[in-house]
Design a binder for this molecule. Sequence first.
Ligand SMILES: Nc1nc2c(ncn2[C@@H]2O[C@H](COP(=O)(O)OP(=O)(O)O)[C@@H](O)[C@H]2O)c(=O)[nH]1
Ligand SMILES: [Mg+2]
Length: 893
Amino acid sequence: MRCLPHPARARHSLVLLDTEGFPDHEQDDEDAFSRLFVLNVLLSSVFVYNSRGDGDPQTQLERLTYVRELSQRVRVLPECCEPWDNSVLLSTILPTFVWCLRDVVPDPQLDWELEEEQHNLDSTVSATPGADHSPTRCIQSTFSCRKLFRFCPPGLDGEWGMPPAPLGPLHPTFQGQLEHFQQYVLSCEPKTTLGKHLIDGTFLAGLLERIVELLGRDETILLQEVCKELLEATMPHEVEGCRTPSPLGPVLESRGAASAAQPLRPKPKVEAVVVLQASSAPDRDGTRGDSAQASLWDPAQATSATGPICLVENVPSQGLQVNREALAQLQARSQPVVVVAIAGLYRTGKSYLMNQLAGKRTGFSLGSTIQSHTKGIWMWCVPHPRRPGHTLVLLDTEGLGDVEKGNAKNDTWIFTLAVLLSSTLVYNSLGVIDQGAMDRLHYVTELTEHIQAKAASGAGLAAAGDGADFVRFFPAFVWAVRDFTLQLRLDGRDITADEYLEHALRLKPGDDQCAQTYNLPRLCLHHFFPTRKCFVFEQPAHGEYLHRLEELHDDQLDPGFRKQAAHFCAYIWATAQTKALPGGHVVTGKLLGDLVVTYVDAICSGAVPCLENAVLALAQVENSVAVEEAMARYRTALGPWSVLPTETLSELLALHAQAEHDALEVFMARAFKDEDHLFQRSLKEQLDVELSKLCAANKQASHDRCQAVLLELSGDLEAHIGSGTYAVPGGYQRYLDERQRVVEQYQEVSRKGLMAVSALQEFLRSQDAVADTIREADQSLSEHDKELAGQQARTEAAEHEAAARRMAQEAAEQRRQEAKRSQAEHVQQLEARLETERQQLLAEHQQALDHKLKEQERLLHQGFQHQAEQLRAEIRGLQRQISQSRRQTCVLF
Ligand SMILES: Nc1nc2c(ncn2[C@@H]2O[C@H](COP(=O)(O)OP(=O)(O)O)[C@@H](O)[C@H]2O)c(=O)[nH]1
Ligand SMILES: [Mg+2]
């Protein structure tokens, strides 16, 4: 199996199932292969049967004998529910059957007809007379949609039927055929269950398990029952407004249509393509919680089963290293990520708390295990338990402050990375928030030397930022105080954990060294982080149980701890934001992977990681992917070129305009920080080239069709010319009449396209010499008649020429209008995006300003005039930026 983001359907996954080739000869194992076939058919939404084209192609189809057993092995309804014919019911839910016939000699006529027939398989196969149970017939009666794609050998140099040179160029015909096949498969609908329910990865996995189980026991697969069970298991509660439809409803409804379906039939190699949508996050106990709505399915979610993995290794005596395997895991994830990092001294229960967030008792390893020997950042990706379609990335820092494990100088970098990568940062400490705890948080005071918000301008060396901008992109800050033994009371009244934290973060009056040292970490926490939150936890268990926490059931944990942990998890799941880059661009797993590499590379090269540079570097990569995705979307939206020629040019331009609109939307959704609109321009250029190619192909297709039509219609005329039928008195008029008939018949033919007039003109011109000869030889005509007739022929020719010129001019005008429309569409979508970006920036600045104003007020209130004064410059800077961005207008390209 290979899962990847669907190239043409945003937020869908493409699941490719490649089956080991079926045996060439009858084998003892026939039964095993037959079961494999059934499994493939039931799991896929497009089923590809692949065979070589040796000999009579249909014999290849006849080798797919397993298809005969399909309706015995699989029943839609139990037998007692007849009268519906099982094959008819099956045909409504089985995948599209696609037969790929490989290595056949190209046959332009056959290929053209196949295109005309939209690759309908039935147009080329014939049912074997009298063999009702032949595989071909079974395919026809069980699969309602059947397609055939023919492929010539892929290599340029190989003879027909020879394998291609491994690295040689591809044959253009093969490339074209492959493109048609791709376009078709990528345009197929997502997989649905009985009841036309879109299915997700979880469901597919369940289906797989259930079918394998039934096949293993050689039991008949009752689809209605299987789907019902799975739906019930995966959707235990009826979510409001999302009632589970009867799994049988639409099947019965579509019965009429199905019975009208035509009969059907495939052996050596079978592949299945499943286009999937949606997933949901399993709860702690593996069932779906309150998030049972359909959501996106990220193929890489399957790897959450692999558990935590080291993402950034802090190698003793060396620097930081990104683990390629973990990176690959991230890069395979296209879902937006919510990143929660935890930092703090070792052996303070960090990993245990992170496991709680993953909804699992075990995961990140506790205490002295391999994990604690590998210092650095450990990662665990799990489906977000509350936000469908999102991945929760948990980052556990290992070994901070563990001097025995060496290379403590990298600790600050690890802390810095945790800040830069997360959207919520949990700082974990033991006991109480006292000066000792504050001192151990010295990493925060060092952040200004380790993070740069903006790239240095001019030639000067990059100087570390002063932290004024940090609040715009720093994560939310959560302090987790473990084994908290104090009472939450202050001055005789109960206080909240948050008030406890705020109290601990109060500044000390005075400007002396001592006060400054005391105040620095507190000021940093105030200034850098947009929000602060505090949770206190009692000891989870006592005595020896404390070391066996992973083995304890919930009811063996201290009830106070249980409540606090549940409260903490609920808060994080509900409030931890999706990670976003400054400017609001949502970070996906893949982007997070790119971010890790960019930052670690910067650190390893001795530079200070710069947020602005990282964003720009990421934007380059993302934007080129956005262009590719947009172009792929354009091609799919346009559909196969087999529909060419279009009747009129405007019909073709309308197709292009819609496809371009879709492509632009795909681009806009993914691209960000496209400075000077370079990538959008590149996209526009590529779209323009595509349009030119499309117009040329349309012209060619029209020309070919007109020629073919004229050739056919003028067959008799040419034959009569050849046999001298017109070389008699009065022959010229007869010739003119017959030629006129050809013209009239030609004009009746539809879908000739824009070359209709010019092709006719060409045809008539090619007749000029013949017409002159027949006229000159016609003895029934006087010289004067001939003169007149010649004159008339020339006038008609001139009229045809004028008509063809007019059409060409009209076409050129339409292309000009299209270019204008396209430009306007680009500008309009760009304007809309710039406006959204501006609003986003404005909101970010406003938030930062609100934060600083609040801090300033708090400082003034507590009597710290001097510190409040220091904030004033930052506040003024932000106010200036806000008013500038209000005044800005969109700059178009
Ligand atoms: N006292 C106490 N011990 C804990 C707590 N949570 C976990 N532990 C135990 O402390 C040890 C270290 O826990 P671990 O989560 O690996 O700490 P980390 O090094 O900070 O990740 C393990 O034996 C845990 O069972 C807690 O809240 N209080
Ligand atoms: Mg740990």
